[in-house]
Design a protein around this ligand. Sequence first.
Ligand SMILES: Nc1ncnc2c1ncn2[C@@H]1O[C@H](COP(=O)(O)OP(=O)(O)OP(=O)(O)O)[C@@H](O)[C@H]1O
Length: 276
Amino acid sequence: MSAVTDETTVLPAVPEPTALATIEARDITAWFGQHKVLDRVSLTMPAGGITALIGPSGCGKSTFLRILNRMHELVPSAALAGEVLLDGQDIYDPAKRLIDARRAIGMVFQKPNPFPAMSIRENVLAGLRLTGTRASQGVKDELVESCLTKGGLWNEVKDRLDAPGGGLSGGQQQRLCIARSLAIKPRVLLMDEPCSALDPTSTRVIEETMIDLAREVTIVIVTHNMQQAARVSTQCAFFLASQGTPGVIVEHGDTAAMFQHPRDQRTSDYVNGRFG
Ligand SMILES: Nc1ncnc2c1ncn2[C@@H]1O[C@H](COP(=O)(O)OP(=O)(O)OP(=O)(O)O)[C@@H](O)[C@H]1O
């Protein structure tokens, strides 16, 4: 049964299964002021896959990721050309609401950013309030458990859901952030170097979580860690911005093929650690 409220969005007790979504960037060019940082970048990130964006610092990976859920436009000097299609629908269509794009396409950042004074439970549910979603207590309880389970954190926190999120370890905080993202049922989860602030054990737990999550949400991850890209991703895109030129994708495709038989010498040099 659904909670009856005066809000437009009401969360049902039994979540409907959402179909996996493909996200496609077409001819994306991006600027900060006069500085063009991406030039006609196109990439299809298939439903149910984990796409890793790799490449040296400054080549536009994070900018590209932020374009995928309309965060680029938060920077006052930022401009953009091209299209981002979520299952064929342009998320930049002026008729579409920004909140719908952010809701469908969640983001986990490099540094875990739970609300430190809020409880673990409140952290998971925080996105509901932001998106105007109301739910009964029973639905919220189910949601907290299912999101923390999917985030790989339930067993560690189930007995202290009312403890502050800021009291968790860094790796646990990042998994709490993943659980928080999942609570609004995104169709795509963007992850910007989600393990770079974490130790190897926490990194491994998050990688396992990502692989499990890919069954229900399409994942795009920026990573500098080539072993991580090789371990978790199904496809890779190698970005490069050579000598002041805007970032482009040099090569993309199946991860195993990119690592074992790269077509471009620059990809080979990068994935084998010869630069970057
Ligand atoms: N808010 C901003 N204002 C101005 N320029 C920016 C801004 N954010 C990024 N840039 C510039 O855009 C270019 C691409 O940066 P971006 O952070 O997307 O690269 P990246 O490949 O993700 O780098 P890294 O791997 O170091 O995170 C860089 O030249 C950077 O200086």
